[in-house]
Design a protein. Sequence first.
Length: 211
Amino acid sequence: MCTPAALPALALIGTGVSAAGVGYAALAANAQARGAAAQDAVNAGEARNAAQDAIERGNVEQMRHSRDVSAQMAAQRAAMAANGLDIGFGSAADLVGDTAMYGQEDAAQIAKGTAGEVRGFEGQAAGFMADAASQRAAGRSALIGGALNMGSTIIGGAQQYGRLRASAGLGKTLQNVDKTRWSAGQKKVGVRSGNPYDLRRHTVFSPWGGD
């Protein structure tokens, strides 16, 4: 069972433990936020790489399509020439022209699809970077909030310590001891003027006792 005199010391210990717990929680939250921010940064980098890969794949697809259309047009010209048709006029020219036009439309669709894929990956990268910035801000807020809460905990503990000390009568006891020792010192010195340090009239004795 704790005595009243031990309560202030226990209050100080409890305050220290609470403050340490608050500080640890703040550091843990900051570390978690920094870890999440780092992961978001990695994800953003992967999204940017995916966007670059989409661009390269789109370029390869355009080249492949262009070769296919060119080969098809060449085959049409060869077939018509073999049949004695003039590929520069009439339906023969229209057929080759239509093949080129359809090839251009397909190329435009390929480019459109590539651009949409790239925008999607770039949007993901931007989102991950925004999340990383938010996580870093949350980490800083955790540290600041932890510091404030630690300060509040310490102040509250100090106030509780003062109240417990006062309720235990420790402050009054020390004052009474001081007054008692002062009175004893005055009697021993035998000061008539009320000043125990008057060197002109007395040999100086310590007011706290001792010869």
